[in-house]
Structures are given as structure tokens and as C-alpha cells.
Design a protein around this ligand. Structure first.
Ligand code: SF4
Length: 188
């Protein structure tokens, strides 16, 4: 058969990847990105919570939303499309980021587990300490904890790349692990 004849043969349609219904169940559709403006939520929340401390409890929404979204089968949709902190660090560090190379240890799973354990352990201890001291105290604890995380994320953004914090962020790590677990469950 000549090259010309071969070129004129109809091309078979590409085969769609076969996904079992059990796996599809854990991959739900994503919403369009809100990260063009969701940084405003970070500024409004921190401002109001610094004036009225109980509003610091809104920080729990920031913590549990990504987990709920991951458990709904949408994986890291919160990180990719919603996260107000991710949006905040991107918007405010992209023009000043030094783009230094990230230290290799930041990408190591052991380091991410260690940071996750440190931050979650500190957070739970602080919450247990704060609960008996009232709503305003508890709100302020959550606020200060989230402010520290945001400042760290900001410093990472300036030093490395705007979203460098997301490499090690405990919430992003948690949702990534949940996605992995649900994927595994879907394949069983
Ligand atoms: S990794 Fe953390 S800071 Fe980054 S987008 Fe996800 S939840 Fe937000």
C-alpha cells in the first residue's frame, strides 16, 4: 500500500479511557475557579476577627471545607479552585517572589508528615486549652494560628514561588491523602 493510500485511510477514533463506575463515583465534577477573588475572604475574615474575636471561629470553616470537598469525591478542588489563602498568597507575592529554588526536603513525604503532625498537634492542644476560656479566647486562638500559617505561606511565596506553601500545607496534604484513599477504595 502506498504512503498516499495509507494517509487517506480513516483514522479510528481514539478510545476513551475505561473507568469503572466504582472509581467514577469518587471523581465528582469541579466548579469554575473562584481564586481570582477569593483572597478577599482572607482579608475580610482576618480584619473582622481582629475586631470581634469570636469571628475567629470562622477559621474552622476554612479548615473543614477542604476536607468536606475531598470526602465528596472532588479531590483537591478546594486547593485548585477555591482556597482563599492560596489565592491570597498568589495575588500578593507573584510580583515580588524571588523564585529561589525550593529546598529538596520540602518535597519529601517525611517532612510533610512531620510538619502536618507538628501543626495539627499544636492546633489540637491549643483548642483543648482554649475551649474552657470562652468563645472570644477560642476565636482568637484559631485566628492567631491561621494568621501564623498565612504569614508562613507569605514568606514561602516571597522566597520560592507564590504557591510554594502549598507543597507542605497540612490542609493540602490532608486532602491529597484523602483523595488517594478514596481512589484506592474505588479500585477495590
Ligand atoms: S495547599 Fe493549603 S494553602 Fe494551598 S491551596 Fe491547598 S489548602 Fe490552600
Amino acid at each position: 500500500m502506498s504512503d498516499q493510500t495509507l494517509a487517506n485511510l480513516p483514522v479510528p477514533p481514539a478510545q476513551a479511557p475505561q473507568t469503572s463506575p466504582r472509581i467514577r463515583k469518587y471523581h465528582q465534577p469541579w466548579i469554575p475557579s473562584l481564586q481570582g477573588w477569593s483572597w478577599i475572604i482572607t482579608i475580610v475574615w482576618i480584619t473582622i476577627a481582629n475586631i470581634w474575636k469570636p469571628f475567629g471561629l470562622y477559621g474552622f470553616v476554612c479548615m473543614f471545607t477542604p476536607i468536606g470537598i475531598a470526602l465528596s469525591g472532588r479531590g483537591k478542588m478546594h486547593c485548585a479552585r477555591i482556597c482563599p489563602r492560596g489565592s491570597f498568597i498568589k495575588v500578593f507575592t507573584r510580583r515580588i517572589s524571588l523564585h529561589l529554588p525550593k529546598p529538596a526536603f520540602m518535597k519529601k513525604t517525611a517532612f510533610r508528615w512531620a510538619l502536618w503532625g507538628l501543626m495539627m498537634g499544636s492546633f489540637i492542644t491549643l483548642i483543648i486549652y482554649s475551649i474552657p476560656r470562652g468563645v472570644a479566647f477560642l476565636g482568637n486562638t484559631v485566628l492567631v494560628f491561621m494568621e501564623i500559617a498565612t504569614v508562613l505561606a507569605f514568606i514561602f511565596g516571597i522566597l520560592f514561588s507564590p504557591r510554594a506553601w502549598c507543597t507542605v500545607c497540612p490542609m493540602g496534604f490532608t486532602t491529597g491523602n484523602l483523595r488517594g484513599l478514596l481512589d484506592k477504595k474505588g479500585k477495590q
